[in-house]
Design a protein around this ligand. Sequence first.
Ligand code: 3PG
Length: 212
Amino acid sequence: MVLKPSLTALQVMHDAPVIPVIVLSDVAHAVPMARALLAGGIRMLEVTLRTPQALECMAAITREVPQAVVGAGTVRTAADAKAAMAAGARFAVSPGYTPMLGQACRELGLPLLPGVATGSEIMQCLEDGFTELKFFPAMQAGGVAMLKAWSGPFADVRFCPTGGVTPNNSAELLALPNVVCVGGSWLVPTDAVSQGDWARVTQLALAARALG
Ligand code: 3PG
């Protein structure tokens, strides 16, 4: 059975110029971090499945910060997608793509932003019906020049470049017609999280919001 998602990948991408890529290793940080981003106008939050606490962090944000829309990052398998959805994730972002992952997300009704870095990977995603893609790792794999090159043969694809994106290079990326938003970890710096410097996270979110 295929469930209809309440949200589309394009809606996730259009919400703000930047999707924060978040790594949390302490559940106590999840809710204040989410509130800090929300205060800066960022509500699509990609919490990566890179720590043992990630699922619990997603559940805490979902429960206590209902205005935020929690997504799961680093989703690599169907099991990851299922666990993330059970924890409250409403979208998924993956660093690569497999047809098995695509099918699992579709069956779950979980919007997926699949990761691509080559033309063949884009073609596989298109074959499976995915037209909104994460370009990862964007700056390492060709950045602006690569996105310009793809705009010819893949004019129907919209990208969220992630990986090596910073406040300095995001304006150039966001100006490209095939880029809807960018992803980056700079909005939630590790030291700000460990020091509980939520005002800094809000400032970074406000600055990111202003990029759009
Ligand atoms: C990701 O996890 O998607 C990227 O590693 C984020 O990249 P950045 O840390 O360079 O923003």
